[in-house]
Design a protein around this ligand. Structure first.
Ligand code: GLN
Length: 566
């Protein structure tokens, strides 16, 4: 049966699941699973994305997938303090921030199927059980949960022309929650054929100063745990302060049963975009394609390398104030930070962020000293709102380049309504449901929706841009698609009042007549977007609004602010 030896498929039981496997055997899709050991936050997402980039630059069609072992159905309702940024895909999935790294590194749009949580898996299995799909059998972690997990990998492999699926397992080996996922990927090796599957394990090799030694024991333990589950890693990526000495690598090789050259340094770097180059130097991509017997050309990393060099060599600095309420938790603003980096690099400067906690502002002159651009990011809830409004008033009056994203746009509208249109105490219905002037409000059709989940405008929506506007000069086109994640909108009842006072609505959603972009007439660079442009910025293709915002901030610092040039 088309060369399947490792799976026992009875003809009578040829269901959807086994059909997927058969198709894959014909297509010879290859699989890479990435696990993490010792502790979290080692940069597993970036390592995974880097492997993706290396294979993509060899001409392979790669897709990346993240499994999150928590029970939440998606991170949409999780606090940014716990989970960091919620990354939004074109199809409106609220996903783990690692998907942001994947998109930035391999430059493709991912979807709902690229991020799965234990919650979604259990949900699907329980739904099937309720429907009677299991024909009265006892529903168990093995095989029902593990089958569901494996099916999600097979499904991705069936996408158009995919050559390699890379799946990252969230969490750390040894976590109770992660066990069904590890068991599933072990079984997967058996089903897909071990020659088509690679296991990569990322661990930490701490350097103990007193002993002047890199310590490999935690890695040995972590790999022992993996092997106890039945997974023998093919590659070990060693996160460490500096390159490991030969002796440490030899020890890891011997005790973890991994060939010496497949023990790879994942040394700390200042610039995350260097990681693919660090791996490539050690032939990681070459070893992977040889092991998987993939025929492809050598990678072309020239553009990527130029980007990294440009970023590392930039001397001049641009200082941008980012004014939010999760500023101590940088992960909450991951995509914004990256988008600013891309824009700064494209402008040939180095980015310095002046983090402003908007509920702790005392003296704006002092706090914003040295910043030549002000960015107010998205967010939820009332804390810090008055501080954001004060910052925006400052940017408007002092003619400092301003960029408001989602909540940042909403605060800019409130500020303008209050201080320019004279609508005293104007507010968003989110912060003051009784306000006399709800300039930001639910749309009428949303008002009856009571459930907290499911009421957001999510994912990519079209936006038509007014020719000649600042937005138009940035984008250089009239129809764009950008990603959303919010409940409230600019209240159309106030559009005339705001427009008469000098606010420009330069981007409108054509289907529902919703405000997507605002600008100010008498300001060199003042722009707000209801969507989140940061999700679509890429190292080699910086987002045009970020690019022009940073460009104007540089010009402001030099004393001659100008408008965007297309
Ligand atoms: N809290 C606002 C809303 O729900 C803005 C959301 C955001 O900034 N992402 O509309």
């Amino acid at each position: 049966m088309i060369g399947i030896t490792s799976v026992n498929v009875e003809k009578s039981k040829l269901d959807f699941y086994h059909l997927l496997i058969i198709i894959n055997h014909v297509k010879q899709v290859k699989f890479i699973f990435v696990t993490g050991g010792v502790l979290s936050s080692l940069g597993k997402g970036i390592a995974t994305a880097s492997i993706g980039l290396l294979l993509k630059s060899r001409g392979l069609k790669v897709t990346l997938q993240k499994f999150d072992p928590y029970i939440n159905v998606d991170p949409g309702t999780m606090s940014p303090f716990q989970h960091g940024e919620v990354f939004v895909t074109d199809d409106g999935a609220e996903t783990d921030l690692d998907l942001g790294h994947y998109e930035r590194f391999i430059d493709v749009s991912l979807s709902q199927d690229n991020n799965l949580t234990a919650g979604q898996i259990y949900n699907a299995v329980i739904e099937k059980e309720r429907r009677g799909d299991y024909l009265g059998k006892t529903v168990q972690v093995v095989p029902h949960i593990t089958d569901e997990i494996k099916e999600r990998v097979w499904r991705l492999a069936n996408r158009d022309g995919v050559d390699v699926v890379i799946t990252e397992i969230g969490g750390t080996v040894g976590d109770i929650e992660g066990l069904p996922f590890l068991e599933a990927i072990r079984q997967f090796g058996l089903e897909a054929g071990r020659e088509n599957v690679i296991y990569v394990h990322l661990t930490l090799i701490p350097y103990i100063k007193a002993a002047r030694e890199f310590k490999t024991k935690p890695t040995q333990h972590s790999v022992r745990e993996l092997r106890a589950i039945g997974i023998q890693p093919d590659f070990i990526l060693c996160r460490s302060e500096s390159r490991l000495p030969r002796s440490a690598k030899e020890k890891i090789s011997l005790f973890c049963n991994v060939p010496y050259e497949q023990v790879i340094d994942a040394v700390d770097v200042d610039n995350i975009y260097e990681i693919p180059l660090v791996f490539h130097e050690q032939h990681l991509d070459d070893l992977i394609v040889r092991r998987l017997k993939i025929e492809c050309h050598d990678p072309d990393l020239s553009e990527w390398r130029r980007f990294v060099e440009r970023a590392n060599n930039a001397k001049e600095e641009v200082n941008i104030a980012v004014c939010g309420k999760y500023v101590n938790l940088r992960d909450a603003y991951k995509s914004i930070i990256e988008a600013l980096h891309h824009a700064a690099t494209a402008n040939g400067v180095r980015l310095k962020i002046n983090w402003i906690e908007t509920d702790e502002i005392t003296d704006l002159d002092q706090d914003l000293k040295g910043s030549s651009g002000i960015l107010v990011p998205g967010g939820f809830g009332v804390r810090g709102i008055e501080g954001k409004i004060a910052v925006i008033e400052y940017a408007r009056r002092k003619q400092i380049p301003f960029f408001g994203i989602c909540l940042g746009l909403q605060c800019a509208v409130i500020e303008f309504a209050r201080h320019v249109c004279g609508l005293e105490d104007a507010n968003s219905a989110e912060f003051d449901p009784e306000t006399r002037y709800p300039v930001i409000d639910f749309m009428p059709e949303q008002r009856d929706l009571k459930r907290y989940g499911g009421t957001m405008r999510l994912g990519a929506w079209p936006c038509r841009i007014t020719p000649g506007s600042l937005a138009w000069r940035c984008y250089g086109q009239e129809l764009i698609h950008e990603r959303h994640r919010h409940r409230y909108e600019v209240n159309n009842e106030y559009r005339d009042t705001l427009a008469q006072a000098g606010m420009v609505f330069s981007g409108i959603n054509p289907d529902r007549n919703l405000v997507e972009i605002i600008e100010l007439k008498d300001h060199p660079f003042f722009i707000g977007t209801q969507f989140h442009p940061e999700f679509k910025s890429r190292p080699l293709r910086p987002h045009p609004i970020f690019f022009h915002f940073v460009k104007n901030a540089i010009e402001k610092a030099k004393g001659h602010p100008g408008k965007a040039h297309s």
